[in-house]
Design a protein around this ligand. Sequence first.
Ligand SMILES: [Zn+2]
Ligand SMILES: [Zn+2]
Ligand SMILES: [Zn+2]
Length: 152
Amino acid sequence: MTVSARSANLDGMLARMTARGFRSTKPRRAVIDAFVRSRRYLTARELHEKLAATRGTNGSPAIGLATVYRTLEVMREIGAATEQVQAHGEIAYLYCPIEHHHHAVCTKCHRVEDVPCASIARFENTLAHELRFTLTQHRMEFFGICRSCARR
Ligand SMILES: [Zn+2]
Ligand SMILES: [Zn+2]
Ligand SMILES: [Zn+2]
């Protein structure tokens, strides 16, 4: 999904958030915007640093680490984020559109691209015929080298 498509999703996500009773404050929206734009797993601390780095340029007030934590938690609660526990125990989050999709992960820069789900019917058939297994859910992740890393 492109960055513009993801930003277009922002409004829908904010609506979803307020529908669930979470307040859509300005700092929270700034956190969500930065979160949606980053294409790798980030801990609250890392996202907070990223926000702090851009702050001086647009003159908006500082956003506290607690706000970042809470916003990421809200994103997870409304189903717009997946989490990954890091080696040191900290939780990293990745923005995930609500629609079913898969991930292509770059093993060099850790960028994550969303991949639409395709050709699952073939697997479903194999499972049904050869194993008499009814598929109800699946998970897939692809690993490789992203476009910009391949160019280097
Ligand atoms: Zn995703
Ligand atoms: Zn890469
Ligand atoms: Zn799928």
